[in-house]
Ligand binder design. Structure first.
Ligand code: PLP
Length: 393
């Protein structure tokens, strides 16, 4: 049997691979702490779980409409309307299998072979592969740690060409935690749209923004450009629902219809039970979202205080998500000349798993996830700090 060139040509997700390596070391009896996973460590709120149990008890266990049940699509549209004054309806929403499937399907619906997609780097691991699987070509725009990893309009002006079809923006960002202000985001989008570029905005972390910073969304601009903007969001990060696989897209009815057609021929609807749980989440109490945000903010402050003191390391205070992305390349030397070598060193020397920046397109950095309990986080950071000190000359 010969696998297709398409599948042979792609790499598995680096974050998942690293966790497997950490697990292997644990199985060998080593004391390993993982700061590698991108998911909240909190339980899914009880009322959401209850809604799923009720769905089972009531026999809501069959196929649903491909793009999701209408009450859920309406609840998602109301999320945008309430928080960002978007004028949209359930018809502008499709529900897919996590933010991930929404992003994948969007790119499948938007790209022809050879179309270029502008991707600010560092970027979320899956964008380049998703673009390639849709026949597109990723074009990276590098951003700097010293500037908080924010893209400038001038960079867009330089890179937009005849083949540019899509710009992907992700705010707050995985892996950097950086956040555009509403003005910065709108400035970038307006420029791209004025050049005929479609803008796809990944807002999966929009609820994890830490005061005094304010939530930011392209949905505020969507009323003006419904045919040129799509926004992906979901419940994985805000409601600690990573395993339920519920994400959604806000887009024009045309684009939603195209995505629905694709989904109808591939995965069809997402789990019916998860849809009921998601409806309970979006339309019920948000108290626990607020509590989780406060807990993450405390951890962000705690972790940042420590990381910014590490010698030879550059890290600006991130405003959202649950990651720090310190630049450590000034400590490279000897056998450590890449972010992968640095992460191997930290795994062996400190017993801590962090993800190499190379996976996100920036070999100068590594990603720390602070989505774990305070005590373990403190211990892990202490161990990394001690290992990094040994590299200072
Ligand atoms: N976009 C970004 C930036 C992410 O970090 C993730 C998950 O880690 C996703 C999308 C996908 O989220 P989901 O679990 O909803 O598929």
């Amino acid at each position: 049997m010969q696998l297709s060139k398409r599948i042979v040509g792609i790499e598995p997700s680096a974050t998942l691979a690293l966790n497997a390596k950490a697990q292997q070391l644990r199985d060998e009896g080593k004391d390993i702490i993982s700061l590698a996973l991108g998911e909240p460590d909190f339980a899914t709120p009880a009322h959401v779980c209850e809604a799923a149990k009720t769905a089972i008890d009531e026999g809501f266990t069959h196929y649903t409409a491909v793009g999701g049940i209408m009450p859920l699509r309406q609840a998602a549209s109301q999320y945008f309307a309430k928080n960002y004054q978007t004028r949209c309806s359930g018809k502008n929403i499709i529900v897919g299998n996590g933010g991930k499937q929404n992003l994948y399907n969007l790119l499948q619906c938007l790209l022809n072979k050879g179309d270029e997609v502008l991707v600010p780097s560092p970027y979320w691991v899956s964008y380049p592969t998703m673009i390639e699987l849709a026949g597109g070509v990723p074009v990276f725009l590098s951003t700097e740690p010293e500037q908080g990893f924010l893209l400038e309009v001038e960079q867009l002006a330089e890179k937009i060409g005849a083949k540019t079809k899509v710009l992907i923006l992700n705010t707050p960002s995985n892996p950097t935690g950086s956040l555009y202000t509403q003005e910065q985001l709108e400035h970038l989008i307006r420029f791209a749209v004025s050049k005929g570029v479609f803008v796809l905005v990944d807002e999966i972390y929009d609820q994890l923004v830490y005061p005094p910073a304010k939530p930011v969304s392209a949905a505020r601009l969507w009323n003006e450009f419904p045919e040129q903007i799509a926004i992906v969001n979901g419940l994985a990060k805000s409601f600690a629902m990573t395993g339920w696989r519920v994400g959604y897209t806000l887009a024009s009815e045309n684009l939603i219809a195209a995505m629905t057609k694709l989904q109808s021929q591939s995965t069809a609807n997402i789990c019916s039970i998860a849809q009921k749980a998601a409806l309970a989440a979006l339309s019920g109490s948000w108290n626990e979202v607020d509590l989780m945000r406060s807990a993450f903010q405390k951890r962000r402050d705690f972790a940042f205080e420590i990381v910014q003191k590490w010698q030879g390391v550059v890290c600006k205070k991130p405003q959202g998500a649950f990651y720090l992305f310190p630049k450590v390349s000034d400590l490279y030397g000897g056998e450590i000349t890449t972010s992968t070598a640095m992460c191997d060193y930290l795994l062996n020397e400190a017993g801590v798993a962090v993800v190499a920046g190379a996976a996100f397109g920036d070999d100068r950095c590594f990603r720390i996830s602070y989505a774990l309990d305070d005590k373990t986080l403190a211990l892990a950071l202490e161990r990394i700090g001690a290992a990094l000190v040994k590299l200072c000359r």
